[in-house]
Design a protein around this ligand. Structure first.
Ligand code: DP6
Length: 357
């Protein structure tokens, strides 16, 4: 692919230093579910970039002469050999675009702002933080082929670590996957939404209910595989294109009823696809369903614009405008928290993307 060639940095000097990035998680409104080739999405997806759920990663680098990759990894201050194979696989995938991985040794340290065992997917924040830190080495060496495309290459590298990580680089909203609805959209990297977004969405809240900390998530590898030969795959991929187009129009208008309907339909479609896969999975827990029913009752009774989305697990993301924060947080505290494991939930909101520290 010629586009990808321009991301390959030229002759690299031996340099030494340290870079640190904090990168957020994101929550998909239109879901990425199904991939092909090397991390290419079967359909376009659209997400809110989060603010408080962040991975901070620092990479200290210095020249080396030995062959192969050489790195150490501390997670939350402790040696974490369990992560090594995943990181090696990531390095192998990106080494053509980051040849300095072979000529420098890396001391990597990473920590999450959210509890490790909360069942919150951390691949988006962790892979984007790592991709940004590695790319900063290239920047420090003055070897970025296209400095104006820093975010693009960061997203491109992050995608090779985890698809959803492609959407964590910038904010407040990003898309990933080629779609006629978004000019400049690409299969290879995420793009920040430049389209008109109604102000109500730019301060949207996401409160994450921790329903089941040890939740059985379908691993992303298996999850995406389930879409291969899935009887509803073609219809789903087509639907996602339409949903991206519709959601952009809804978000420009600021129509909250339509927003809630589409976002909930996306969440339930993701779970319906898993329930109709072979093998099949039910990832909602009884408390997930209890929360959804409580939420719908609350919405009918109060007319407040509270809706939910889900990722591939039991936790529930509650989405609502900042203007309704007080009333909705009070409902969460007095009612929904009872369905959370140890009453635990995380308050987050839409954010502006990753930051170099
Ligand atoms: C349900 O990005 O975790 O959260 O590319 O295999 O790392 P890999 O998958 P991953 O899949 C995310 C699936 C999802 C929906 C979404 O974030 O769009």
């Amino acid at each position: 692919m010629s586009f990808e060639k321009e991301f390959i940095s030229s002759e690299f000097p031996p340099i030494e230093g340290k870079v640190t990035w904090a990168s957020p998680s994101n929550i998909a409104l239109v879901k990425y579910w199904g991939k092909y080739g090397v991390q290419l999405p079967q359909n376009p997806s659209l997400s809110f970039t989060l603010s408080n759920c962040v991975t901070t990663t620092s990479v200290a680098f210095r020249p080396k002469t030995s062959e192969g990759f050489s790195f150490s990894f501390l997670f939350e201050g402790e040696e974490a050999p369990a992560f090594h194979p995943k990181m090696e696989a990531f390095f192998s995938r990106i080494v053509d675009y980051c040849p300095y991985l072979l000529t420098h040794e890396l001391a990597i340290e990473s920590s999450n702002s959210f509890p490790h065992s909360s069942g919150i997917a951390s691949s988006a924040s962790s892979m984007s933080a790592l991709a940004l830190a590695l790319l900063s080495i290239e920047q420090q060496a003055g070897k970025l082929g296209h400095p104006e495309k820093f975010n693009q290459k960061a997203s491109f590298l992050a995608r090779l670590g985890s698809g959803s990580a492609a959407r964590s680089i910038q904010g407040p909203m990003m898309s990933w996957g080629k779609t006629a609805s978004i000019s400049g959209s690409s299969q290879s990297f995420g793009t920040v939404i430049q389209e008109n977004i109604h102000p109500v969405f730019t301060t949207y809240q996401d409160t994450i209910l921790i329903i089941d900390k040890g939740q059985k998530k379908v691993s992303s590898t298996l999850g995406h595989q389930l879409m291969e030969n899935h009887p509803y795959a073609a219809a789903r991929f087509e639907q996602a294109h339409q949903h991206v187009q519709r959601l952009l129009a809804i978000m420009a208008e600021g129509n909250l009823d339509d927003f809630m309907e589409l976002v909930e339909l996306e969440a339930l479609t993701l779970h319906a696809l898993m329930m109709a896969s072979n093998p099949y999975f039910v990832l909602m827990q009884p408390n997930t369903l209890a929360v959804l029913n409580k939420l719908w009752d609350f919405r009918r009774a109060t007319k407040l614009p509270l809706c939910f989305t889900l990722d591939a697990g039991a936790n529930v993301h509650l989405l609502y405008p900042e203007a309704n924060k007080k009333a909705i947080l009070s409902f969460i505290q007095t009612d929904l928290a009872n369905y959370c494991q140890n009453g635990q939930y995380i308050e987050d909101q839409i954010g502006t993307g990753a930051k170099m520290l």
